[in-house]
Write a protein that binds this ligand. Sequence first.
Ligand SMILES: [Zn+2]
Length: 518
Amino acid sequence: MILRVYLACVILLISETLFAQKGDPQMQYQLSFPQAKGHYVEVTVRIDQQDTTKTTLVLPVWTPGYYKILDNPAHIIDFKVQASKGVAIDWKKTSKNKWTITHPKETELEVAYRVYANRTSVAESNVKDSRAFLANTDIFMFPEGQKEAPISVTFQLPETWEHIATGLEKINQTTFYAASADVLYDSPFYLGNQKMIEFQQLGKEFTLAIATPEGLDEQQFVADLREIILRTTDLMQHIPFEEYAFIMMEPGGGGLEHANSQAVFTYGSFDFKTDSDYKAFLNFITHEYFHLYNVKALRPIELGPFDYSKENYTTMLWVAEGFTVYYEYLIMRDADLITEEDMLQYLSSHFQAIENKEGKEHMSLERSSYDVWNHFLNNDAVSDATTISYYHKGPIIGLLLDLAIRHESENEKSLDDVMRAMYKTYFREQQRGYTEEEFWETVAQMAGKPLDELRHYVETTETPDYEKYLSYGALELDLTENDDPSTERVERAYQLKRKTPENKLQEEISKALFRNYF
Ligand SMILES: [Zn+2]
């Protein structure tokens, strides 16, 4: 039809203009799903002319944010290479995640392969007849040494799939553009018939994609998300994106943060049974949203640029993850979505999870970060006895640091100032990650002196002087013993409680901490 041809031309022109401004995509991917029911993705990629005679394609073995080596290459099958003009092309595997292609110079390559995508985590793709979640790190390869090359991705969707949700820049209805492999790997896709809701906030575009929207009170939920976005922006005083996508999938466990999107599993329904279930879900969304500042934009120096072929070690996940847990509560409290009592309960749960387990005697917080590659998501008796989680001790140290900075600075400064200053210096001005020393220097700057004792608690297994630090904010721990005879270790309540402030400073710190401004 004429109209269609005309539209196609317009789209082509727009695409060409956009590509010309950004740099042509040097890899053009096409994805289709003729065997979605069997969990397959068909991939073809055209790679621009090469000025070498060898091209090695690399498939990541992990996804940033999910600190575990995965067997992604095991799911690649039917790998083939062709070149234009009938030139014969040889290839061989040169390591577990690398395919090396030998070819004449200046040859445009066309590579095809299939991916069996039937795993279920936020870091692994899953395809079925009704929809596809693409984690991208287990689908797309990049030429070794050319991670910075622009990439385009075009989908041929099954007829019954209507929508594509992603944080990636859209060129037309089915084509997306990534300025580099890093950008592509940080922008998962959800393809199918999910409910799509769009809204604007603070001049930015937000997309909400919900796979199982039953029971959704759209107005209330969007209003709550708006409040979370507003309070987070107040805290960090900047928004590092133009568009953001909330991808909310089927029931399952976990969520993953991305530069301008998040992909999370849900309860499978928005008909929350209790108020506390709804609050827990909002906390979770807030966590992934705050990550776009803490771990994406502002990040430990070891976390980006990434080596996708092996472990990327850092001792700072207690800041990147632990503080993100702590800020869930502060942002949710600031948005008035949880009460002060809720905040005390959430914080108490972390003291209980650390102090009632043997693992605290064997693993420091710093070690729990570095060794995450050994114990990520392990949750059994042995891991309880031998390890700790930065998801628990991280927010505790966040709270103690916040209290100490407020105490030392007469409540003029707080952990918020540390986060803002680091974000400004290392992300906005220097566009790099921060080192451990730079983190502690920023803390010292805000507190007016180094907080060496707290650093010692991060680097060793010594139990922090909770009484001292908590008293700065008129708080204390209830240490009542749990007399359950079935537990071998003495367990205590570790319930965080308010106590009467002893002076004006404690009262002010307590009010500021609980965002109790009135
Ligand atoms: Zn997290």
